[in-house]
Design a protein around this ligand. Structure first.
Ligand code: HEC
Length: 191
């Protein structure tokens, strides 16, 4: 079941690696649609009357995401192990959306601009532990060229979780919510 789920996420990645915009999965597109709907929702500003700002009202039904892990330790580990490629401020490398002439993608940002928050915890952990090439090889894509090394021999599982906690702590509440929902769906499917 887990393999099927990973494939569903990674197949678009491979299709895209073959020459499209990086990782624009079907799921990502639907998130963009939600985002557009939210930002273009009528605010009452055109009606000519003064109304209280409704768009800014928080959605009280959704409690804030609780991030598990040591964010401070995660930041230190991120700076030593990840920042060289993903940037000291999680900003990623220039031109990260397109592969270079060698077919390798530059490192994407880990902030809201990137797509890290589009993926559940399990997929992110696997990607970090195995690295891009090995993870893709396990999905049957032997020649995926990846610039992302595997950290399974270098970092303990709880260290990877702390790094993810640090990364998550930099996301907007909305990104945190989307990612937490993804992770929960992933866990449900893995059972
Ligand atoms: C040598 C450069 C390099 C280092 C160091 C590196 N990465 Fe990456 N990473 C990449 C590249 C390049 C990609 C783009 C995908 C690919 O090529 O496989 C990537 C992709 C990823 C992805 C999947 C894409 C996403 O945003 O969901 C995650 C997660 C990730 N890296 C996390 C980390 C973490 C955490 C560390 C530190 C422990 C780290 N990376 C260290 C280069 C690097």
């Amino acid at each position: 079941m887990k393999t099927v789920t990973l494939l569903a996420i990674l197949v678009p990645m491979a299709a895209i690696a073959a020459g499209g915009a990086w990782m624009l999965t079907v799921a990502d597109r639907s998130e963009e649609a939600v985002e557009t709907a939210q930002t273009t929702a009528p605010s009452g500003a055109t009606s000519g009357t003064t109304q209280p700002p409704q768009a800014a009202a928080p959605q009280m039904s959704t409690p804030p995401v609780v991030i598990s892990g040591d964010i401070d330790r995660g930041e230190q580990l991120y700076l030593t192990s990840c920042a060289a490629c993903h940037g000291t401020n999680l900003e990623g490398q220039e031109g990260w959306r397109s592969a270079g002439p060698d077919g390798v993608f530059p490192a994407p940002p880990h902030n809201d601009d990137g797509h890290t928050w589009h993926h559940g915890d399990q997929l992110l952990t696997d990607y970090i532990k195995l690295g891009g090439a090995e993870l893709m090889r396990r999905q049957g894509m032997a020649d995926f060229k990846s610039g992302m090394p595997g950290f399974g021999e270098i970092l303990e599982d709880d260290e990877i979780q702390d790094i993810l906690a640090y990364i998550k702590s930099n996301w907007s509440e909305r990104s945190q919510q989307v990612q937490a929902t993804r992770s929960a769906a992933e866990r449900a499917q893995a059972q």
